[in-house]
Design a protein around this ligand. Structure first.
Ligand code: 5AD
Ligand code: SF4
Length: 444
């Protein structure tokens, strides 16, 4: 629940396929940013494995380092600069041979400046990842970027891209510039991939896209796709949604369909109609509140999360108060709160009314406090419930695994069950971010 949680490098979702043989070429992939990038990294991973590279976890063990980057806020770029600085040093010592920069920074003009400062051998955007194939010695692929390229395979859970790009033009957002306009993947192609994944043992499918609920294809809408997927996969979730596209029908389907996790991520950005207009979000706070009412009615026990930006140019104290009010009314179970970060090339970067840092910081903390209070009291209500828990990450040394309830709550649970397994346990305590379960019920 902070401005930093979304941009930290994401640990590898899977271990390297094989131990590194002496003399083998090695590559290390670091992923920054959203789940879309995690998914793109999976594709990159397959490419380098096909080219005969063994994957390693540390830069100093890698011949080739691939930084798959995020450009959505400046702190994401700062982090990448830090990594590039370290890579320059390792190169001087001869411990890393080549560096490739991919993802959203690669698609932005910023990459030219980074290239002048750091040793980077290859820069790729989001639409020409296939050029990496040539770089790693595979026959050149001629496809352009399309959501049809299958993603993760064989894992207990998998992402399935249903659309790429975004047709909105939010004042602050660089995504439409670096990811392009929306392309929707045909329904048969999505269902085909889901069926293959499920046949291969995947038990949890997450439908992925910048605005998944804007998905449309040959007269079908997102809810049709979600319903079809929920019939093929045992457990389904989707992210991210846009309030202007979210249909009540979809919200009701979340509540009605057993295989859909009752968890909704619906970014609101601000509670002030004035700011929502400046941001070009296309809805008013009242409409957002109504959507949330429908969701809470459909899935009373479900979890709701959001994204909020504080300190967008022109945000007044009154606007901020309205955000606090909306946070209280919607009682979010969690929120990603971001301090506005000007992105060159977006409208907001040149708007007047910069909010001083000290005020942004105070507003950030006020929103955070409000979110945490609500989340804490909602989580407390789960205590005593016996829950079916899907294990997302197996237990660490302390014996604690991380799981997810059907209501979408994160749970720490003592079990040696493997990722993808289900266990039953009673919730014994709760913090603002996670629930803690007691002994696993082995009688079930
Ligand atoms: N500054 C701060 N936050 C931003 N986001 C997108 N662009 C910016 C920006 N320039 C946030 C939005 C979006 C989330 C992924 O990142 O809240 O929903
Ligand atoms: Fe960015 Fe707005 Fe598109 Fe979301 S809907 S990706 S915030 S432009």
């Amino acid at each position: 629940m902070s401005s930093t949680t979304k941009t930290a490098p994401i640990p590898l979702s899977r271990k390297p396929r094989e131990a590194v043989e002496p003399g083998a070429k090695t590559a290390c992939i670091r992923t920054f940013g959203c789940q879309m990038n995690v998914h793109d990294s999976d594709r990159i991973r397959r490419m380098i494995q096909d080219a005969g590279y063994a994957e390693v976890q540390r830069y100093e063990d890698a011949d080739l380092v691939i930084l798959n980057t995020c450009y959505v806020r400046e702190n994401a770029v700062d982090r990448v600069r830090g990594h590039l600085g370290e890579l320059n040093r390792l190169r001087r010592e001869g411990r890393v041979k080549r560096v490739a920069l991919t993802g959203c920074i690669g698609a932005a003009e910023e990459s030219a400046a980074l290239r002048q400062t750091y040793d980077i051998d290859l820069v790729l955007g989001t639409h020409n990842t296939y050029e990496l194939a040539e770089f790693v010695g595979l026959p050149t692929m001629r496809e352009t970027y399309t959501p049809e390229l299958p993603g993760t395979e064989g894992g207990h859970s998998a992402f399935v891209t249903i659309m790429t790009g975004c047709n909105y033009q939010c004042s602050y957002c660089i995504v439409p510039t670096v990811r392009g306009r929306m392309i929707c993947r045909p329904m048969e192609s999505v269902i085909g991939e889901v069926e293959n994944l499920v046949a291969g043992g995947t038990g949890y499918v997450t439908l992925l896209g910048q605005t998944v609920d804007a998905w449309r294809h040959e007269g079908k809408r997102f809810c049709d796709l979600l319903e079809a997927v929920s019939e093929s996969a045992p457990r389904v979730w989707f992210t991210t949604s846009h309030p202007s596209n979210m249909e009540d029908r979809t919200l009701r389907a979340i509540g009605e369909r057993d295989s859909i996790v009752k968890r909704l991520h619906l970014p609101v950005q601000s509670g002030s109609d004035r700011m929502l207009k400046v941001m070009h979000r296309g809805y008013k706070a009242e409409r957002y509140r109504r959507k949330i009412e429908v969701f809470r009615e459909a899935a009373p026990d479900g979890t709701l999360s959001t994204d909020i930006i504080v300190g967008h140019p022109g945000e007044t104290e009154e606007d901020h108060e309205q955000t606090l009010r909306l946070v209280e009314d919607c009682a979010f179970d969690s929120a990603y709160i971001f301090k506005f970060s000007p992105r060159q090339g977006t409208e907001a970067a040149s708007l007047p009314g910069t909010v001083p840092d000290s005020i942004v910081q105070r507003r950030f903390l006020e929103v955070l406090r409000q979110v945490e209070q609500n989340a804490f009291s909602r989580n407390q209500r789960k205590i005593g419930n016996e829950e079916e828990i899907y294990i997302r990450h197996g237990s660490t040394e302390d014996g604690k695994a991380i799981g997810e309830t059907w209501s979408g709550h994160a749970v720490h649970v003592h079990t040696d069950a493997a990722p993808g397994d289900y266990v039953r346990a009673r919730i014994e305590s709760a913090g603002p971010h996670v629930l803690y379960a007691g002994e696993v019920d082995t009688s079930a």
